[in-house]
Design a binder for this molecule. Structure first.
Ligand code: C5P
Length: 234
């Protein structure tokens, strides 16, 4: 297999209105749990080997119900996550450490519209020798900085500015070492794994992301995704 995969799904999803509606990775879009749609794309990818899904200890039953019936689950293990995304990723990486692997992809469970094209471009960059690769999309909106009074403090040049998506890909040994060092040596809260790679001095390659590879964050995002997948109505 070309790569192992860590899918982080241990977040509480407060911004999506949880806990009333449950964490967003288990909500239904087009009749499927978000996390099932995410996993199917990787399970169907010919290069994908072992998968570790990082879940919250409270979500074992939700997870089992969400993935029940998917093909290829014998390749999928679960471990419990931590208080931050960073801690959850570290738990996932540690669960893989017994195996001898070269490349690992790290993906947010709440990005169900990931495609094989996005995955393949990340893999290609790793195979070309980059230590890390990140699917990115050029920012389309004009960017403003606000001040404390709610007025505009300035316009931020958007030339060369990208939105960072997942899956982010790494040499396994390199990202595992960078995560271990980050935990031991800094209080910085990193919001993605490439930020840890950058901090550790790794070279990170930008690869083509896609506007549809959104991170479902709010209840509105879930509703939009559901609408997008619903059969066309007359
Ligand atoms: O919170 P954020 O939007 O950055 O979450 C991105 C992904 O990280 C989600 O799939 C979420 O479930 C996961 N996460 C996690 N453990 C945390 C926080 C977030 O696995 N403690």
């Amino acid at each position: 297999h070309e790569f192992a995969l860590v899918v982080v799904a241990a977040g509480r999803g407060e911004r999506a209105g949880s806990p009333a509606n449950g964490p967003k990775q288990y909500r239904l879009i087009g009749g499927w749990p978000v996390i099932a749609r995410t996993l199917v794309t990787f399970l169907d990818h010919p290069g994908c080997g072992d998968i570790v899904v990082v879940i919250h200890p409270d979500d074992e039953a939700l997870y089992a119900k969400a993935v029940g019936g998917l093909k290829g689950l014998d390749r999928v293990r679960t471990v419990f996550g931590g208080a931050t995304r960073q801690a959850s990723v570290r738990a996932g990486l540690q669960a893989l450490s017994a195996t001898s692997l070269q490349h690992v992809l790290i993906h947010d469970a709440v990005r169900p519209f990931v495609s094989h094209a996005i995955i393949d471009d990340v893999l290609e960059a790793l195979k070309a020798g980059h230590s890390a690769a990140l699917p990115a999309v050029a920012v389309a909106d004009t960017l403003k900085r606000g001040d404390a009074s709610g007025c505009i403090a300035g316009t931020v040049p958007r030339d060369g500015v990208f939105g960072a998506q997942t899956p982010q890909g790494f040499g396994y040994a390199e990202i595992a070492a960078a995560h271990a060092r980050a935990e031991a040596e800094t209080e910085t809260a990193f919001t993605d794994d490439c930020a840890i790679a950058e901090w550790a001095g790794l070279n990170v390659r930008l690869t083509p992301g896609h506007a549809s590879n959104v991170k479902l964050t709010t209840s509105g995002d879930i509703a939009m995704a559901d609408e997008k997948l619903a059969p066309a109505r007359l």
